[in-house]
Design a binder for this molecule. Structure first.
Ligand SMILES: *Cc1c(COP(=O)(O)O)cnc(C)c1O
Length: 382
């Protein structure tokens, strides 16, 4: 292929450009009406009561652990197969990161491994769980909620890969990622490699009014004009907590609104691409499994091969830029050094030795995908 094929890329069209340009000449570049409009439309799409736009998902994760009152030394469980930010947010609050293993077929945080880890410690040892809808595959949060409730834990769903994905719960209801039915908070990313591109951006979703208020306050310095203890006049405000400037701009929100409107079609196209890969690889190459009645939003399409480095280098030589998701977080030098005791992470480590993410984005053409498939099959057949 003449043109390089990346593993993911944004789709920016004329309506996106028009929306941004229009905002540039409007009254507000930030803290204006586009932010609220984006929040309302996003909450509506996901099916959550509240949404708070933030400058990236990492900030969203940080505000989430703060809103849930994570204190230094308190312990939280997450998956090692995720982007570092899922774990880093725990450290920002001074908490300890504990890892449980993944399921070897779905690549999601294993309920079993999490349960074993929790039960190996005294009650109250852990405060929360941060499961990830890895690659866009919704994790079954109904099961995690039961476990969390048994042990008094909160759940932050890292849904960065999964806007539009859903699983079916035991009552037969479709539960969209981040809708807050089973998790306390959901977090999304609008980095251009994710579904909805804002340049940088993120969204925090919840059904709890209390958490919504806390997150909104902390997003903007902890400063508010509401629920004040005093009032000296029109100028007056109070700083009620030590917050941050984690705001999304109106320019970015305008882009987010047009991008969000494309997400349904984007997820459908991603699933079409996934099915083409699956039909080509069935019986030959292992790929992420799909539990029944679940829609994978397919941020990624991951396969496992024995000679992963060989395939990665070969694809690069063919101008196909596959990627590895992820180097297990517990093996990163920072986490190795602070070394919190972890569960048996054999499945995560086995997975890492074989995983490779193939190109997956709505504008990937059939010709490009067929080229990728042909190269993968020709390499793995030896
Ligand atoms: C991208 C990503 C993040 C961080 O998102 P940013 O918007 O870049 O801060 C967090 N968690 C996961 C799983 C991600 O993929």
């Amino acid at each position: 292929m003449k043109n390089a094929i990346p593993y993911g890329r944004q789709l920016i069209q004329q309506d996106d450009i028009d929306a941004v340009v229009e905002t540039l000449t409007a009254d507000f570049l930030t803290q204006g009406p586009k932010v609220k409009e984006f929040e309302d439309k996003f909450a509506d799409y996901i099916g959550a009561k509240y949404a708070v736009a933030v400058n990236n998902a990492t900030s969203g994760l940080h505000l989430s652990v703060l809103a849930l009152d994570l204190k230094p030394g308190e312990r939280v469980i997450t998956t090692p197969i995720t982007f570092a930010a899922s774990a880093n947010c725990i450290r920002y609050a001074g908490g300890e990161v504990w890892f449980a293993d993944i399921d070897p077929d779905t690549y999601l945080l294993s309920l079993d491994s999490t349960k074993k880890l929790i039960e190996s410690k005294p009650k109250g040892f852990f405060k929360g769980i941060i499961p990830v809808d890895f690659a866009g595959l919704p994790i079954n949060l109904e099961a995690f909620r039961r476990l969390a409730d048994d042990h008094g834990l909160w759940i932050i769903e890292d849904a960065c890969h999964a806007p539009g994905g859903y699983f079916m719960d035991s009552t037969g209801k479709k539960q969209r990622c981040g809708n807050g039915a089973y998790a306390d908070i959901g977090v999304f990313s609008f980095h251009p490699v994710k579904h909805i591109a804002c340049g940088e951006g993120g969204m925090v979703t919840t059904n709890s009014e209390e958490l919504y208020k806390k997150i909104s306050l902390l997003r903007t310095h902890g400063i508010t004009k509401e629920d004040m203890t005093e009032d000296h006049g029109g100028w007056f405000y109070e700083m009620q907590a030590l917050g941050y400037n984690y705001r999304l701009t109106d320019i970015q929100s305008a882009l987010g609104i047009t991008q969000l409107a494309k997400n349904k079609d984007g997820v459908a196209r991603r699933n079409q691409i996934a099915n083409t890969y699956k039909n080509a690889f069935k019986g030959k190459i292992k790929f992420q499994s799909l539990p029944e009645n679940t829609l994978n939003a397919h941020h990624l399409f991951v396969i496992e091969v024995d000679d992963r480095k060989g395939l990665y280098d070969f694809l690069r030589s063919q101008n196909v830029f596959a990627q590895i998701h992820y180097i297990p977080v517990h093996t990163l030098p920072y986490y190795k050094e602070i070394g919190y005791q972890a569960a048996d992470l054999t499945s995560a480590e086995n997975y890492y030795s074989k995983c490779i993410s193939l190109p997956m984005y709505p504008s990937l053409t059939d010709d490009e995908q067929n080229f990728v498939i042909e190269k993968v099959l020709s390499y793995t057949n030896g």
